[in-house]
Write a protein that binds this ligand. Structure first.
Ligand SMILES: [Zn+2]
Length: 258
């Protein structure tokens, strides 16, 4: 009998441990890469209208004209985040600026560039820390994986990776804060496609992250209509869905308070 009670107790404890790490509440994060004009002209006004906020992974491609607009977006509750200065990626087809070819980078030059971008962001928003997104979702430079070097450097605490439309996080205990997956919306998704992703996250519970580029313009474009429809759905379901910035979501997830 004592053994049975002990067994039941152990089963209960393990169920409790699972419940503690698997969160039911839905968190959606809207992220936007590459400091594009269509984000300033279309995405941010739409976010303002819906009273929602996003995370903007900026490069050093911030001009005198756009700087004050990004600062304004920050003041409205949006997060400004780090996507390096020059967006180095692996050049496979011989096209592109060889100076920005990540094959020619070392871990040192990459970390130095990320640190410098943090300085630029700090000059815009006065924040002490910034989150990060890997350019082209590549964890390698010069043939070397730099994720653990980035972790050890302490330059950033949280970093966003890529994924697909089935990628979201349900078990926070297994999440590496330097390799947080996301759903890149790059296939001309319509509003229903975007909302279907949110519904999937709602069903399972957990964290779902959108990766957008152009909104109603530029490249890898999500139409203005699809984006507006997504925001409208998120706005209508505020009671069930927390639309957080990447930093807010990761601070919450890593706080152990869920
Ligand atoms: Zn990018």
């Amino acid at each position: 009998m004592k053994k049975l009670i002990l067994l039941l107790l152990l089963v209960n404890l393990s169920v409790f441990a699972q419940q503690r790490t698997i969160v039911k509440k839905t968190i959606i994060v809207l992220t936007y890469d590459d400091a594009l004009m269509s984000q300033l002209n279309v995405a941010i006004p739409q976010l303002d209208s819906a009273h929602l906020n996003g995370t903007f992974f900026l490069t050093g491609n911030v001009t005198q004209q756009t700087l004050s607009r990004w600062r304004e977006a920050f003041k409205h509750g949006n997060e400004l985040a780090n996507h390096t200065l020059y967006h180095p990626c692996l050049i496979k087809d011989g096209k592109g600026n060889p100076a920005n070819n990540s094959a020619n980078y070392t871990v040192y030059t990459m970390l130095r560039e990320i640190a410098m971008m943090n300085n630029l962001l700090g000059a815009i928003d006065n924040e002490k820390t910034h989150t990060y997104a890997y350019p082209c979702t590549e964890p390698m430079v010069g043939g070397v994986n730099y994720v653990d070097s980035l972790r050890k450097s302490g330059i950033v605490k949280y970093a966003r990776m890529g994924g697909d439309k089935n990628t979201f996080v349900t078990d926070y205990s297994k999440l590496d804060p330097l390799l947080v997956p996301s759903y890149p919306s790059i296939n001309k998704d319509n509003g229903d496609d975007l909302i279907a992703y949110v519904k999937k996250v709602q069903k399972e519970g957990g964290l779902g992250i959108f990766m957008f580029h152009g909104v109603g313009g530029d490249y890898l474009t999500t139409s203005a209509k699809a984006h507006r429809e997504l925001l409208s759905y998120l706005n209508k379901h505020r009671d069930e869905i927390w639309v957080a910035t990447f930093k807010q979501a990761m601070d919450y997830i890593t706080s152990g308070k869920q």
